[in-house]
Design a protein around this ligand. Sequence first.
Ligand SMILES: N[C@@H](CCC(=O)N[C@@H](CS)C(=O)NCC(=O)O)C(=O)O
Length: 270
Amino acid sequence: MGKTKERRLLKPDWQENHVYLVQFPRIKMIPSPSPYCLKLETWLRIADIPYSNISNEFKHYSPKGQVPFIELNGRVFSDSNDIIDYLKKEAKNPDQRLSPQDNAHAEAIHALIENSIHWIYMYSRNRDAKWFFGPTGFGPHARGLKGTLMKIFGKMQMSKKIKAKVMANGIGKNTPAEVMQFAKDQLRALSVLLGDKDYFFGDIPTTVDATAFGHLAQLVYTPQFDPEGKKYMEQCTPNLVSFVERIKGRFWPDWHNATENLSLDSNWRR
Ligand SMILES: N[C@@H](CCC(=O)N[C@@H](CS)C(=O)NCC(=O)O)C(=O)O
C-alpha cells in the first residue's frame, strides 16, 4: 500500500473518513482519459462512498508517480486496485455477495481488461496522442505561456511515455491489422462473459463493472486507431456498448457537467 513517509497533503484540513480523490482535470470527451481514474471514481459511486475530487494540476502524483491516488484520514494511498482493496476492507465492499468462484471469475475478467483490452487503446494513443492537448482534451486547461509550454512539452513527454509503455508491453510491435484482430478476439470474449446480464455478476454492480467501464469507455469515447474497432463493437458486441451506456446513465448523471463544464464536482446524485 502506498503510504508515504512525510508528504504535504493536498487537503490538510481533511474531514474524517472522507476520500479525497486526486486525478487529472476533466476533458470534454470523457470525464477522464485515464482508465484508472475513471474506474476508481466510478467504483466510489458504485460503493456509495462520499468523496471529493482534487485536480492533480498535472503536477501532483502518488509516491508511485501516478494518478489516481487518494488522501484519506491524513494518509496517502496509491494505485486504483490497492485503493479499492483497502476501501473494501475499511469502508464498503460492493463485492460482498460474490462467491469464491465469482471472485475467481472477477479476477480473470479484470486481467482480460487491464492486461489485454487496455493495450488496444494504448496502441491507438501511441499512434496519435495529439488530441490529448487539443480543445476536447486537456487544451482548455493549458492557458497562457505555461499552457503553451505544457502543450508542447506535455505532448512530447506523454507521447514518449506512451511509446515506451506500448513497446515494453510488445503490442507496439504489431501491425494495425494484427492489433485489430486481438481487439476483436478480446472484446468478443468479454462480450460472451457479460452475456445478457446488466452487470458482470447479475443485477447488482460490483468492482469488475467499474473496471470494465473505466477501460471500455476509453474505447467508446476517445479516438481509436481504426474506426473498424467501434463498428465492430456496435455490430458484434453491442452488449458491451449498452453496458457502457448503462453505467454512464446510472452512475454518471452528471456526465454533461463533468465533460462540458469540466466540473470536478463530486455531488453526482443531485
Ligand atoms: N496501476 C495503476 C496505474 C495508474 C496509471 O498508469 N496512471 C497513469 C495515468 S492513466 C499515470 O499516472 N501516468 C503518469 C506517468 O506514468 O507519468 C493504477 O491502477 O492506479
